[in-house]
Ligand binder design. Sequence first.
Ligand SMILES: NC(=O)c1ccc[n+]([C@@H]2O[C@H](COP(=O)([O-])OP(=O)(O)OC[C@H]3O[C@@H](n4cnc5c(N)ncnc54)[C@H](OP(=O)(O)O)[C@@H]3O)[C@@H](O)[C@H]2O)c1
Length: 259
Amino acid sequence: MKGLKGKRVLITGASSGIGAGMARVLAREGCRLVLHVNANQEGIEKTLKEVTALGTDAAVLSCDFRQPETLPTFFEQAWQVFDGLDGLVNNAGVVSKTTALKDADGIQFMETMAVNLHAPYLLSTAFAQACISAKQAGAIVNNSSIHAQATCEWFSAYAASKAGLDAMSKVQAVEWGQHGIRVNVLAPGVVPVERTEQILSNPKMAQKWHDKIPVGRYGTTEEMGEATAYLLSDATAWMTGSVLTLDGGLIARGNYPSR
Ligand SMILES: NC(=O)c1ccc[n+]([C@@H]2O[C@H](COP(=O)([O-])OP(=O)(O)OC[C@H]3O[C@@H](n4cnc5c(N)ncnc54)[C@H](OP(=O)(O)O)[C@@H]3O)[C@@H](O)[C@H]2O)c1
């Protein structure tokens, strides 16, 4: 992909699922990677092994995004690994699933906001400040969700965090365009990952989803990686403040009765 070779990219949540897929694709594109992990040490070792086998330079850094006071140091360390960063992928997220009535004290709501929205705010801002000081361009990809656009029961915290991420990305794109910093959003539909493997591979469940998704299948973590590579690359040099939805057509289709 145009202009990606040698780019230094921090990917959060690279220990599993979509983040690990992004890491593999960016490694294939010749990016040097700082891989973030929270708790899944086994997962991050697997990702590290995969990307180094592809011949890329990579380092691992840990941080729990529920502790915002640790984020400035985490970012500084990430910036120092390759003496700067060209790209930031805010991928880490918790898919919290509860009803508002069951989470009436808002504890799960606040944790979801901390990881899915506050951490990307702090990291993106630190990234922009560092790029501006270094007089260099930068690209940010925020991994949101179709739940920011159309959602269902159980997701008030999750959908709110992702809708906030979409809105924040647009504002940051407007504020930082003058400095050569682009901010775009990836909005995945249903992508099976380790976390969802058991439920989504159930044939009845798979059939239900496949019937609803116009292209008739789930997405893959590699496809999310390809889209991320595109958004980080020079092919999208004039694209900022945009949401790229990859969902096999799921939300384009309204909830109308079929004829
Ligand atoms: N899979 C889908 O269908 C889908 C659809 C739309 C959007 N997404 C988005 O894609 C992103 C990745 O999710 P995934 O589906 O690939 O699931 P996943 O495999 O569970 O990945 C979630 C990642 O977030 C990290 N994370 C969780 N809690 C954290 C915390 N407190 N501090 C820092 N990092 C934390 C995890 O790190 P550890 O494992 O190391 O704790 C993990 O790497 C999320 O933002 C999610 O909202 C997924």
